[in-house]
Design a protein around this ligand. Structure first.
Ligand SMILES: NC(=O)c1ccc[n+]([C@@H]2O[C@H](COP(=O)([O-])OP(=O)(O)OC[C@H]3O[C@@H](n4cnc5c(N)ncnc54)[C@H](O)[C@@H]3O)[C@@H](O)[C@H]2O)c1
Length: 358
């Protein structure tokens, strides 16, 4: 059983196919391609390469796997260069394709390598983390880090398709899975009442990674991401910034706490903060504020920031945030849906800090 979400981008439109049969679509996706380079990581290959290889064999497509290291240090131009050289030695040719089998890190590196190899070959994203299924694999943003900062070198390179099989999440470490739930909570609290209700009533099944329930929350989340990507493919109109709901404080926490909290955990705290700030500004009512805390709590994610963080340090980082142009800018819920709010009064910010234990 699969369900499909369309990412509507004119001639670059594609589908996110979600369900335990998603890999079977790889043959149709790659019709006419002779060989594909699969970019992955060792632990992912051990568990999930056989199924992908079998689907490619069934489609008569030659394939070879290229593994890269884990961690943000390996998300580098050096890794891209090594991959390009390995592709050229094989050789992978202009009419061939790349398949990214992994989480957001593999997707970003493989996607960027595909964007530049032969000045661009197609890529298929096969996400293996919840975060990649609902976020990183959709939207065409690819790239690598520099010593000076994360994701500083990259390209927009939309995939041919995104094939998301929730059963692969069975092998994902627990903390990685919960981090993905932080992004799912974000989509829910951005204003999807149905998704919020599923997270409230089926949280046990969600936490147990029940493939049917996970497929449902992936489809709903992917549809929201696809909606914003279609409105603002290259992040020029500002509307794609709504996807940063909860991320202003999250980025501050990640920087000030030096990544002691994983991204999804920081997003969870950031969502509680955003809910409390919108409440203090009387943009949403007390029940909507409480829904933020309730959703995060049910998913086993933190609602409070590490107590030793200083408000001043967090405010300084939030003002420097690359998406805020030097002012204190938040995406907040309100009567007209999500809106960007700049420089809210100090008393409201104080209340929001208090809500996350600061
Ligand atoms: N392009 C975008 O729009 C976008 C959006 C959000 C995040 N990102 C990027 O995504 C990256 C984070 O991605 P992530 O959270 O998916 O983490 P990740 O890709 O670093 O994966 C985390 C760990 O889980 C392992 N893993 C992945 N799938 C597994 C599975 N099914 N079973 C067992 N182990 C598995 C990986 O090998 C890795 O060790 C960051 O580099 C971030 O910048 C990109």
């Amino acid at each position: 059983m699969t369900a499909t979400v369309r990412v509507d981008l004119g001639t670059r439109s594609y589908h996110v196919i979600v369900g335990s049969g998603a890999l079977a679509a790889i043959g149709d996706t790659l019709t006419g391609r002779r060989r594909v380079a699969i970019v992955t990581q060792t632990a992912i290959a051990d568990a999930h390469l056989p199924a992908l290889a079998a689907a490619l064999d069934a489609a008569g497509i030659e394939h070879r796997a290229f593994t890269i290291d884990t961690g943000e240090d390996a998300k580098s131009l050096a890794t891209v260069e090594t991959l390009c050289e390995s592709f050229a030695q094989w050789p992978l040719l202009r009419g061939d394709a790349v398949v990214a089998l992994g989480g957001g890190m593999v997707g970003d590196v493989a996607g960027f390598t595909a964007a530049v190899y032969y000045r661009g070959v197609p890529v298929v994203q096969v996400p293996t983390t919840l975060l990649a299924m609902v976020d990183a694999a959709i939207g065409g943003k690819t790239g690598v880090n520099l010593p000076q900062g994360k994701n500083l070198v990259g390209a927009f390179h939309q995939p041919l398709a995104v094939l998301a099989d929730p059963t692969v999440l069975a092998t994902l470490p627990d903390r990685e899975y919960r981090c993905g739930l932080g992004e799912v909570a974000k989509y829910a609290l951005m204003g999807d009442a149905d998704l919020t209700a599923i997270l409230a009533t089926r949280s046990d099944a969600v936490l147990a990674r029940d493939p049917e329930v996970v497929a449902d929350i992936v489809v709903r989340s992917a549809a929201i991401k696809a909606h914003y990507v279609a409105l603002d493919e290259h992040e020029t109109s500002g509307v794609r910034a709504h996807l940063n709901y909860g991320h202003t404080l999250a980025h501050g926490i990640e920087t000030v706490a030096e990544y002691a909290l994983a991204h999804g955990e920081a997003v969870a705290v950031g969502l509680v903060f955003a809910g409390a700030l919108a409440g203090a500004l009387e943009r949403i009512d007390a029940a909507a504020v409480a829904a933020h805390v309730d959703t995060i709590t049910r998913l086993g994610l933190p609602t409070r920031a590490p107590a030793d963080l200083s408000r001043d340090d967090l405010l300084a980082v939030m003002q420097r945030d690359k998406k805020s142009s030097g002012r204190l800018t938040f995406v907040l819920a309100g009567p007209n849906g999500l809106e960007t709010v700049t420089d809210p009064p100090a008393v409201a910010i104080d209340a929001a800090f208090a809500a996350v234990g600061l």
